[in-house]
Design a protein around this ligand. Structure first.
Ligand code: SAH
Length: 450
């Protein structure tokens, strides 16, 4: 057995589970009675205890032959291992955690309005792509498409297409059912997408495994609770300097995993820790950084915008790595592949990784963003249009879930990438000394559809 004798075990308390963020499932139907949208697909639990073996067995073999792995490698295996990963087999949305779009149609509708407002503010180009990363059940894109459909007169000369980046075969099948009624086909090997179909309203939809496969062009990008699922590295400051937290086999308990510290600096400690870092424990998600670089390059070159919504912080938090199973916190090292693993998004890191190629806005709290987008008015309209008291109660409950600071209102944030010219006030182009305020960007300021 090739164990790393110099690795120091970390006491569990040193990596204690952080506060819950993803929320337990609410009761009842998310939809208002008069909504034309179908009830969100619900997933049934597929993870019996027997499934736990897959990822764990694979990891134990790997750890025995090559020694401890980084937390990022552990997370990648647990979540997206092609045969046994959590997202590959189980999916999670609705059964282990619930997300804002699954709680209320208002959420996706207001995001749909956000994209339309940006499209209008940039001169209504006659072609645009909506690109969603990690679409889950497809509910969010479905709600956005319903808004586009209701405002079809506005978009009538515009060629819209949908591009979904999804690694999970199970979830892409659910998305296909939700968005096309199952009318999809696999695409030939030589195409960049792996599946394509047509939405119920006739909009083409394509599926990809990686953002790099999505065609270039004026695009609106959306990542809702996606970045928190990407693998993180964890680092601990010690007397010897920065060390990386690794995952290893516990020598005292058969087939059990434990955290250890690398004996010295690693390539990751050299590359990912900022010299000015003041925290003692840091999580870095390089895949999120690379993704932001790619989005910023695309937006700089082709125009469009990216909206990123997730729980997170602005470079202040330390240990946020946690697991969820059946709406409860789950030990991240137990039964990998059967629970969702997640870490808070560091928005200060995302801002840095945009490298000034685009302007960035936020993070702004979910309740402020939705308020600026007119969620109060939308709630009133839905309440007026519904006649039964159960729907009323449901609407008020879901509004509270989204907006209450103690629920999702304060811990979820919105962050945007926009072309620099979008934030230059028209009068400033001609007279840079002008003191007129920046043009409002919906959500981050007041919504104005002109
Ligand atoms: N956005 C949805 C689902 C969030 S769960 C919602 O808010 O309800 C995370 C989603 O990202 C799932 O669809 C999962 O399969 C997908 N995913 C996770 N890692 C991925 C990766 N590396 N590449 C592409 N998709 C990924």
């Amino acid at each position: 057995m090739l164990l790393c004798p110099a690795c120091r075990p970390l006491p569990a308390a040193a990596l204690g589970l952080a506060a819950r963020r993803r929320l337990p499932r609410h009761h009842g139907n998310r939809r208002a009675a008069l909504s034309p949208a179908p009830v969100a697909a619900r997933l049934r639990s597929a993870a019996g205890s027997g499934e736990a073996g897959g990822v764990l067995r694979h990891l134990l073999l790997k750890l025995r032959s090559t020694g401890p792995v980084t937390v990022a490698e552990y997370m990648r295996e647990a979540l997206t291992n092609p045969g046994q990963g959590y997202y590959t087999r189980r999916g999670g949305v609705g059964e282990d955690f619930v997300t804002s779009p699954e709680i209320s149609q208002m959420f996706g509708e207001l995001i749909g309005i956000w994209y339309l407002s940006e499209w209008m503010a940039t001169g209504k180009p006659n072609v645009f792509q909506l690109v969603e990363l990690g679409p889950g059940t497809g509910t969010l894109t479905g709600d956005i498409l319903r808004v586009f459909n209701q405002l079809a007169a506005l978009l009538n000369k515009c060629d819209v297409s949908i591009h979904l980046v999804e690694v999970s075969p199970k979830l892409s099948a659910i998305q296909a059912q939700m968005l096309t009624g199952g009318k999809v086909q696999s695409t030939p090997e030589n195409k960049s997408s792996y599946m394509e179909g047509i939405s119920k309203a006739g909009i083409p939809i394509y599926w990809y495994r990686d953002i790099q496969d999505v065609p270039q062009g004026y695009s609106f990008y959306l990542a809702h609770e996606f970045l928190d699922a990407l693998p993180i590295h964890k680092f601990q400051r010690t007397e010897k300097g920065w060390c990386e937290v690794l995952v290893d086999i516990d020598p005292e308990v058969p087939d059990q995993l434990r955290f250890v510290l690398s004996p010295s600096r690693t390539p990751a400690t050299e590359n990912f820790i900022q010299p000015e870092e003041t925290r003692d424990h840091v999580e870095v998600c390089p895949e999120a950084g690379v993704l932001i670089q790619r989005l910023a390059c695309r937006i700089e070159k082709d125009g469009g915008a990216a909206l990123i919504a997730d729980y997170g912080h602005d470079g202040t938090k330390t240990d946020t790595f946690r697991g969820f199973r059946n709406h409860k916190l789950h030990d991240v090292l137990k039964a990998p592949g059967t629970a969702d693993l997640t870490a808070d998004v560091d928005f200060s890191y995302l801002r840095k990784m945009a490298e000034g190629r685009t302007a960035t806005l936020g993070p702004i709290k979910q309740r402020e963003f939705l308020k600026n987008m007119g969620v109060d008015l939308r709630l009133q309209v839905l309440l007026q249009n519904s006649r039964d008291s159960a729907t009323h109660a449901q609407l008020l409950h879901s509004f509270d879930m989204l907006m209450n600071p103690k629920k999702m209102g304060d811990c979820f944030h919105f962050f945007a990438l926009l072309p620099h010219h979008r934030l230059v006030h028209p009068t400033k182009k001609d007279s840079p000394q002008s003191k007129s305020p920046l043009p409002p960007v919906a959500g981050f300021g007041e919504l104005s559809l002109k």
